[in-house]
Design a binder for this molecule. Structure first.
Ligand SMILES: [Zn+2]
Length: 430
């Protein structure tokens, strides 16, 4: 029996070895190439890709013949080539609009899952090769993440959060009749430190890559409960500690400064939105090194909808108008003060596939084009602890590579029109 298992193992090893040897080499000829955001781009470079990984970057346009018969060449000599972009705040299961209530009641979860795959593809085609989904029906999102990882379906790499929220808070169900609220109240809802410890462990048990909390109220909660601190210090600390014990980070949605400060003091890795980041919060950001994930495009979207659309309730509209008006200005101050920024849109509030719109707003708020690219690659990779495998175009990393017509360092709007997308060595758009 032992021998048979050994035989089988040896066969598996041999098959794997043959497959590796046969893996096709791809050469990407890049007119301009930004290997590492923050460094100067170089011209006339060749990226050598073997299977799903980058194996080398060489000067000049290398000849295919030097790499063997089956070598494929991708001609991006007229393009600006850069690492795949990363969005640290998406919601792939929905899209804000007048049909939301109808969808909630009428769309099957199976159909919703199919639509999530469609939204994920829109995101990938927009040049975002990695996303962090921070608020979805968890099992469906974990399944989509895993199916993409296994190559069964196409989509961006997904880092999926499990939520932990308090009764009546931003993460809890709102806006429907009591019987339905009861039906939809999730196991992720907790009160008090011990209950939130349970909810955190529970989220990790079922597959969360990180924990998403909501330390303050939120705009789209259909209750007039404000946008200030909602979770208590003991709850915040307990979630962060329980997550840390199992090797998970915590991201906190937060608008008002009291909730930003509380979450940072508890030790979260990122603040999402951070609308009213003021002087004390800025100090804490710098002390802890936590990232601010600004989601300016979400602020702009809800601010506009509050004025132009009729589907928002009054409770939502009031919060949307205020947050929408204040987000970008406060972000500009936080950035100017030197807070670490990781790129994030809250897509699902704004339409999926328009993720690059955030970059334009970040530049309008005072970031340089290069700082935006750092936020969307190196900083994002650091936030999700994947700096070893993604975020730059260097030997050993996954071949997550995109291209645009001209340099986004001169005009950030180039990112709105991505011409080429490769993820893990597979070409999705050219
Ligand atoms: Zn969000």
């Amino acid at each position: 029996m032992k021998n048979r298992i050994l035989d089988l193992l040896m066969t598996a090893v041999l098959v794997a070895a043959t497959q590796t040897a046969a893996a096709e080499i791809t050469l990407i000829h890049a007119g301009q190439l930004l290997t590492v955001a923050g460094e100067r781009p170089a011209s006339e470079q060749t990226i050598v890709v073997d299977g799903d990984r980058i194996v080398d970057v060489v000067d000049g346009f290398a000849e295919a013949s030097t790499f063997g018969e089956d070598t494929r060449v991708i001609d991006l000599r007229n393009h600006f080539v850069l690492p795949g972009l990363m969005d640290m705040h998406v919601h792939l299961q929905g899209e804000l609009g007048p049909n939301n209530e109808k969808e909630t009641l009428k769309m099957s979860s199976q159909l919703m899952q199919m639509r999530s795959i469609h939204f994920a593809m829109k995101t990938l085609m927009a040049g975002f090769t990695t996303v962090r989904d921070v608020g979805s029906s968890a099992q469906e999102m974990y399944a989509m993440r895993d199916a993409i990882d296994k190559g069964w379906i196409d989509g961006p790499r997904i880092i999926a959060a499990g939520g932990v929220g308090i009764t009546g808070g931003h993460a809890d169900i709102s806006g429907v009749k009591p019987e339905l609220m009861e039906y939809w109240t999730d196991a992720s809802i907790c009160d008090g430190p011990y209950d939130c410890r349970r909810a955190t462990r529970n989220a990790i048990k079922y597959g969360a890559d990180l924990i998403k909390i909501t330390s303050t109220g939120g705009v789209l909660t259909d209750r007039a409960t404000g946008t200030g601190q909602q979770m208590e210090m003991d709850e915040l600390r307990e979630v962060v500690l329980a997550a840390k014990r199992m090797g998970r980070k915590v991201a906190s949605h937060a608008h008002e400064e009291d909730g930003i400060i509380a979450a940072l003091e508890a030790g979260v890795a990122s603040i999402e939105h951070g609308t009213y980041t003021g002087p004390r919060a800025i100090e804490l950001f710098k002390e802890t090194g936590a990232y601010l994930v600004p989601t300016l495009i979400a602020g702009k979207t809800v601010g506009t909808m509050a004025v132009e659309s009729s589907f928002m309730t009054d409770a939502i509209k009031l919060k949307a108008a205020r947050i929408g008006a204040d987000m970008a200005g406060n972000f500009a101050k936080a950035h100017a003060a030197g807070v670490n920024v990781a790129y994030g849109t809250d897509s699902g509030v704004s339409p999926h596939g328009t993720n690059a719109g955030e970059a334009v707003l970040m530049v309008e708020a005072g970031m340089t084009e290069m700082e935006v690219l750092v936020a969307a690659t190196i900083n994002a990779a650091d936030l999700i602890d994947m700096s070893d495998s993604i975020g730059t175009i260097e030997a050993g990393k996954y071949a997550d590579i995109i291209a645009v017509d001209r340099s986004p360092l001169e005009n950030i709007e180039e990112l709105l029109d991505v011409d080429f997308v490769m993820k893990g060595g597979k070409v999705y758009k050219d």
